[in-house]
Design a protein around this ligand. Structure first.
Ligand code: HEC
Ligand code: HEC
Length: 149
């Protein structure tokens, strides 16, 4: 059992050390924005050594979003413009000689098929990634599923 004096001593110490942690943490929080104010945009980090024109890449599991086999630098995707769709949307794909997005990209979360790209598939690079010549960040033993090896 703790004596009364010890309890009175320890409680304020805990409060003080908590304050110290909060104060020292605030200055050096690591984030991609650094110390930049919220109404300013930091210069986007450049992807080193992007690989271009590698041709369609093998998939390694069945519902894998295919890898992007070309550079994507400066392809705009925002509220008004989606440059990916200017080649991959159903309207232009044949003319642009690009693979069309599959019908799943027109399905909303209730499984209904829309006549235009589904909002949940609008930001392509949430799922599709281009490739770079960088080394592995983390060693791993990942293997494609048996049927695709
Ligand atoms: C100028 C036209 C053009 C634009 C813009 C474009 N792509 Fe492509 N994309 C292609 C072509 C052509 C291919 C097929 C490459 C091949 O056959 O070697 C391709 C291939 C792909 C593939 C591989 C599909 C598969 O079945 O493996 C993905 C994924 C992809 N693009 C995503 C994107 C995304 C995401 C964007 C926007 C950031 C984008 N593309 C912008 C023309 C384009
Ligand atoms: C939520 C994840 C997600 C988003 C966002 C998304 N895709 Fe996909 N995409 C997939 C998956 C998963 C597949 C493979 C299975 C399928 O077709 O649904 C795929 C397949 C594709 C294919 C190959 C189609 C085929 O028939 O082989 C292309 C091309 C493609 N996506 C382009 C795009 C473009 C362009 C955008 C943005 C407009 C986009 N995707 C947004 C997940 C996504």
């Amino acid at each position: 059992m703790m004596t009364i004096t010890a309890r009175y001593l320890i409680a304020p110490l805990l409060v003080l050390s908590g304050l110290a942690v909060a104060a020292s943490g605030a200055g050096n929080l690591g984030s991609l924005r650094g110390q930049m104010a919220l109404d300013q945009d930091p210069a986007p980090a450049r992807i080193e050594d992007p690989l271009k024109d590698q041709g369609i890449q093998d998939r390694v599991y069945i519902h894998q979003p295919p890898l992007i086999p070309h550079q994507v630098r400066d392809y705009e995707v925002d509220l008004k413009v989606n440059q990916c769709l200017s080649c991959h949307g159903w309207k232009n794909a044949t003319e642009r000689n690009a693979p069309r997005v599959s019908p799943t990209h027109y399905e909303n979360r209730d499984g209904l098929t829309l006549s235009d790209i589904s909002p949940r598939r609008y930001f392509c690079q949430q799922c599709h990634v281009p490739q770079t010549g960088a080394g592995l960040l983390v060693e791993n033993t990942f293997m494609p599923v048996e049927s695709l090896r």
